[in-house]
Write a protein that binds this ligand. Sequence first.
Ligand code: SAH
Length: 263
Amino acid sequence: MYPVNQSKQAFIQGEVALVGTGPGDPDLLTLQAYRFIQQADIVIYDRLVSKAIMSLVPGAAERIYVGKKQAQHRVPQEGINQLLVEHAKLNKKVVRLKGGDPFVFGRGGEEALHLLNNGVACHIVPGMTAASACTSYVGIPLTHRQVSQSCSFITGHVKDSGELDLPWQTLNDKKQTVVFYMGIKSLPIITEQLIKAGRSASTPAALIHKGTTPEQQVYRANLSTLAATVEQHNIKPPTLIVIGDVVNTFNEHHLTNIGYLSP
Ligand code: SAH
């Protein structure tokens, strides 16, 4: 075993752990996440939690799937909130597994607030967010000296009204990497607005589908060809969109798409 920080709160009955699992590869699970998973009486998990990670859940633990697909919500968020409270009140150790990091477009904040409002304590276990892990696996540095000095994580999820209300003018800096989560459906609007805001149509871009999993696919394009690339290959979620000059840091010759660069 490894030394555990002694000031950490122990996981006790009647508590919930919101655990980030990273984007899929079980190798990217933290030791902390693994430790919580091993103690679970019940696991409530999302669509983005990979099968490989679910195989680490103890056989005796109950499992509830609350995944959702775009426009086809299985269990609404209120239902998930209720489930968490219900099972905590039954004095179980509840592990809520989420893809990536619970606090990055993961509604972890909402679930934690709901738990606290209902008198349930919760542990927040960070996970590796898709923007970080998926780009590393395909050889795209999020920042690179002289090429990119900042990086934004943005949701491309469109509200029911069909609107995508984002501060486009703040994204026009050539030296900023822009990463969109949940942006596949709204990609035509995203690329159009970025070009309108002043980003060059030739800005390199990449689409990473099911990054870090055995089904990972990466497509390279530029701002003007991104939307057509999605159409052409019929690319579905979960896909991460990375826009910026960093995409071209390494050439095809170096890349193996599994987090390995060869000379
Ligand atoms: N909490 C998660 C994000 C959830 S939002 C995190 O921190 O990573 C869901 C979006 O995340 C997907 O639509 C996709 O854009 C991105 N995503 C999550 N896992 C991914 C993966 N393995 N490959 C590509 N994109 C992924």
